[in-house]
Ligand binder design. Structure first.
Ligand code: SF4
Length: 384
């Protein structure tokens, strides 16, 4: 394949790209294969790897954009059905009043965003929303709660376990994002039938303290470890547009791609700046920045579901088409993404039709419903 790539590129006279791309270095001399081409070829031949160096990912990320898209698409087609797009619906089941200081988040109680704190939503309302999402074609239902962690919230946590069981019984994949977890809680969520747990790293380790000071990067990684150990799929990605540099985006992807296992889902969010938050004046992310992140994530974590997440509402159908081409294969559907606006349902339906996309069916690990209780107890007892 590399020979083919070289021969295709070899006959072309490559020109300097436009102003947006000029900020990126070129890791391929005209006529030679780019890092995206080399690593995509390797990924197709050898499968996923976790021994990425930061420099290697940096080189892929900084490949000429059209080449990056092309090779992201190659890897995507090799690892997935390129027409299938997973539709997830995210519901905020406990909104606002969060003690954390994530500087992008309107749900933090430290910022005046006009958002009213609410209690945990009642079961009937949550199940009704899940049913509605299912009828609208969504196969995964995600529940988000604005908490630092679930410690000391036994009643609420038990209620959420009930929600997980009921929604799983509807034949949907279930995901939660409830802040930091303890090991035992991860095991209980698994027992209840949870498919995936979302806990984003947000940005690079270096840029992280500029965004959040109330919990550490290592605490985030610890939650991911508990989730993984409990046998729950890991959903972890980040947000671009937080004032980070390109090397921070590379750093985020490097951390994710070198975890003991790649996350099954990698959401790539573009900041939707909310008035009243410290990041309210951030410049909106360009579509090219999203595409660069998506294609790089696709090449370095070929089997992950790469999710075009927050910020999609700002992108036109042709722009989203480029994201799907580059390797995105999951979106959030529904009126809102926690508290920020999301794409219109009819517009999404039309987009699927125009682009020839098909909804991805839910998948459940064989042992999803039958996690051996003994194994759970073992995991809990070894948590000390
Ligand atoms: S992102 Fe989550 S943890 Fe951070 S302030 Fe918002 S709700 Fe709280």
């Amino acid at each position: 394949m590399l020979t083919v790539i070289r021969s295709i590129l070899g006959g072309q006279k490559l020109r300097r790209p436009g102003i947006l791309v000029q900020q990126h270095c070129w890791y391929s001399a005209p006529g030679s294969a780019s890092a995206a081409a080399i690593e995509a070829d390797r990924s197709i031949r050898e499968g996923p790897r976790r021994d990425w160096t930061r420099q290697e990912i940096n080189n892929v990320y900084n490949s000429p954009l059209l080449d990056l898209i092309f090779h992201g698409a190659q890897v995507h087609r090799h690892a997935h059905n390129f027409r299938e797009v997973q539709q997830c619906t995210l519901l905020s089941i406990k909104t606002g009043g969060c003690s954390e200081d994530c500087s992008y988040c309107p749900q933090s109680n430290r910022y005046k965003t006009g958002l009213k704190a609410q209690k945990l939503m009642a079961k009937e309302s949550v199940l009704e929303a899940a049913q509605k999402a299912k009828e609208a074609g969504s196969t995964r239902f995600c529940m988000g709660a604005a908490w630092r962690d679930t410690t000391g919230r036994k009643t609420n946590f038990n209620q959420i376990l009930e929600y997980v069981k009921e929604i799983r019984d509807m034949g949907m994949e279930v995901c939660c994002t409830l802040g930091m977890l303890e090991k035992q809680q991860a095991v209980e969520l698994k027992k209840a039938g949870l498919t995936a747990y979302n806990h984003n790293l947000d940005t690079s380790r270096e840029h992280y303290p500029n965004v959040i000071t109330t919990r550490t990067y290592d605490e985030r990684l610890q939650t991911l470890e508990f989730v993984r150990e409990a046998g729950i799929n890991v959903c972890s990605g980040g947000i671009i547009g937080l004032g980070e540099a390109d090397e921070d985006r590379v750093g985020l992807l490097h951390t994710l791609a070198t975890l003991p296992s790649h996350p099954e889902s990698v959401p790539i969010n573009a900041l939707l700046a909310v008035k009243g938050t410290p990041l309210e004046d951030q410049k909106p992310v360009e579509i090219w920045e999203m595409i660069r992140m998506i294609a790089t994530a696709r090449i370095v974590m070929p089997k992950a579901m790469v999710r075009l997440s927050a910020g999609r509402v700002r992108f036109s159908m042709p722009e989203q088409a480029l994201c799907f081409l580059a390797g995105a294969n999951s979106i959030f559907t529904g009126e809102k993404l926690l508290t920020t606006p999301n794409n219109d349902f009819d517009a999404d339906q039309l987009m699927f039709k125009v682009l020839g996309l098909i909804p991805k069916e839910p998948t459940f690990p064989e042992d999803e419903d039958s996690l051996d209780a003994e194994k759970c107890d073992e995991a809990v007892s070894s948590s000390g």
